[in-house]
Structures are given as structure tokens and as C-alpha cells.
Design a protein around this ligand. Structure first.
Ligand code: CP
Ligand code: NVA
Length: 304
């Protein structure tokens, strides 16, 4: 059996994604019931972080511990990766000792190159182009609050960034309509949009895009690595804020998500995280459950 990786949502079939989400909710119930699980006993996850993280690091590390395994935190500052050892050489060595590798980095090519020679599963924990682990948590959260997302309308407000690209993948895999409201010039990858066909539509007016939508979702205006553009982007994106007025345009049952960290007063208004429609804290916690399911699927090759 060839080694499976999770670099974008498209590495899994729709059925596999649903299996992972079902399993994530089961693991969550079991964990809350206090049941001990050691499905990944003696297994090791290597975690390579070339960018900062709170949720991703804690959820992967806690997740491995809760399943009886362990996790190694590797930063380029303390490894030979930061001193120019080729990615492929690093991959051969790390993947010969670990049972799975998780990478957060800049260039998406880094994870594809790493995976191309890895002897164990590789997980994309965010690149400049995609953030598929967050989408597992988001899809789990929508299901737990509102049921199947198939046929729903989802509105992305803000930058056509890594999260937005992963929402484009999700629209195709999970069968929802995605509206993207962004300033001209900040659309997601053109080829990706073309491949999504009618599933995705781009708007410039966030109010039009939010009308009757079932989920409003946003992210920071300047992602990691774009710190120099923060001031310009703050001006360009000023009218692309999710706030109670925009939320009022959506369907009465609509929910609001944000992958976090959030910038209050920028992409969301001051109290948006506490808005009755907000499910952001469940969304954040679901990173843990969704990734535990993902780790079992990739390392064990099955879900029980
Ligand atoms: N949402 C997310 O990936 O958060 P971190 O950057 O804290 O990991
Ligand atoms: N788009 C953001 C997501 C952070 C979780 C970034 O890449 O910084």
C-alpha cells in the first residue's frame, strides 16, 4: 500500500473525509466521557514548525498524548533544516524514525517535496496555499451545529488566502456553494477557481455575498509572512469586516466561524466572537478531535 498523505483536502475522497469527521465526533464523545484510548501507543509524530502556532501545535501534541503516543516539536532554528539540509534528505531521515510528520511552512512545494520521499504519512499543518486541517475542524463544527453542509451556502469574507483556497476545495468535496467576498486583486488562485466551476462565485460586495448564507467565515487580512503588507491591507479590506450588520444579512440560522487568531476591529468587529451565531470556540476545540481522527486514519490505515 502506498503511503497516504494529507496535503490538501483533495488527497482524500469525500467518503474518507466523512469517515474522518464521523470518527472525530466519536473520539470527542469518548474523550469527554473520560474513556482512555491508546490506539497510537508507542507512535511518534514529528512536528516541523517554520511559522508560529498555538492551536495547531497544542492540538497535535495533546492529540498524540491522548492516544498514547508522543510528539516532537522541531523548529528550523534547532534543526539542520534551518541550516540548509535539503528537504528530501531531512524527509528520508525524519520519516524513517517517526510514524507521521506534520509540517507548517511557507512554500507549499516544501510539503509536496517532503512527502514525495517520505516513508510515513505527511500532514500539511498550513502552507501559504492551504490549511486543510482547519477545514476538517470547520466541517466537523458545522455538522455538529447544523447537520450536513451539502447544498448549504457558505460566504467567505476577506482575503483569498490559504484558508480560502481550502474552502474552495471543501466546496467541491462537501458539495456546498461558496461565495467569496474580497477586494479586487485578492481573489484565490485563478486555476483553483476555474477547477471549482459553478461551486464557487466571487463577489466584491460582502452584503450581497452574505445574503441568506448559512455560514459566514473569515480570517486575518495579513497572513503570516505578509506582515509588511499589514497597513495597506487594513485600508484595502476595511469594508470586508464580519460584524452584526453583515451577520443580519445571512440566513436566520447562520453561524459564524474564524480559524483564529482574530484581530478585533479589523476582519471582525469588537464583540463578534461572542455573537450568538459564533461557534469559534467549538471550532478551535475541534482541531483536537478532527486531527486525532486524521492521525488514526493515516497511521493505522483504518478507523475503528
Ligand atoms: N487556526 C490555526 O491554525 O491556529 P494556529 O496558528 O494558532 O495554529
Ligand atoms: N491565513 C492565516 C491563517 C492562520 C491560522 C495565516 O496563514 O497566517
Amino acid at each position: 500500500m502506498p503511503v497516504r498523505h494529507f496535503l490538501t483536502l483533495n488527497d482524500f475522497s469525500t467518503d474518507e473525509l466523512y469517515d474522518v469527521l464521523d470518527h472525530a465526533s466519536k473520539l470527542k464523545r469518548d474523550w469527554r466521557a473520560g474513556n482512555v484510548r491508546d490506539s497510537l501507543k508507542n507512535r511518534v509524530l514529528a512536528m516541523i514548525f517554520e511559522k508560529s502556532s498555538t492551536r495547531t501545535r497544542v492540538s497535535f501534541e495533546a492529540g498524540m498524548a491522548q492516544l498514547g503516543g508522543s510528539a516532537l516539536f522541531l523548529s528550523p532554528r534547532d534543526t539542520q533544516l534551518g541550516r540548509g539540509e535539503p528537504i528530501e534528505d531531512s524527509s528520508r531521515v525524519i520519516s524513517s524514525m517517526a510514524d507521521a510528520v506534520m509540517i507548517r511552512t511557507f512554500d507549499h512545494q516544501t510539503v509536496t517535496r517532503f512527502a514525495s520521499v517520505a516513508n510515513c504519512p505527511v500532514i500539511n499543518a498550513l502552507t501559504d496555499d492551504y490549511h486543510p486541517c482547519q477545514l476538517l475542524a470547520d466541517m466537523q463544527t458545522f455538522r455538529e451545529h447544523r447537520g450536513d453542509i451539502r447544498g448549504a451556502t457558505v460566504t467567505w469574507v476577506g482575503d483569498g488566502n490559504n484558508m480560502c483556497n481550502s474552502y474552495v476545495n471543501a466546496a467541491q468535496q462537501f458539495g456546498f456553494q461558496l461565495r467569496i467576498a474580497c477586494p479586487p486583486g485578492y481573489e484565490p488562485d485563478r486555476q483553483l477557481l476555474e477547477s471549482a466551476g459553478d461551486r464557487v462565485a466571487v463577489f466584491n460586495d460582502p452584503h450581497e455575498a452574505a445574503r441568506d448564507s448559512h455560514l459566514l467565515v473569515t480570517d486575518v487580512w495579513a497572513s503570516m509572512g505578509q506582515e509588511d503588507e499589514q497597513t495597506t491591507r487594513a485600508r484595502t479590506f476595511a469594508s470586508y469586516q464580519i460584524n452584526p450588520d453583515l451577520m443580519a444579512m445571512a440566513h436566520p440560522d447562520a453561524i459564524f466561524m474564524h480559524c483564529l487568531p482574530a484581530h478585533r476591529g479589523e476582519e471582525i468587529s469588537e464583540h463578534m466572537l461572542e455573537h450568538p451565531a459564533s461557534v469559534v470556540w467549538d471550532e478551535a476545540e475541534n482541531r483536537l478531535h478532527a486531527q486525532k481522527a486524521l492521525l488514526e486514519f493515516l497511521i493505522l490505515g483504518e478507523l475503528e
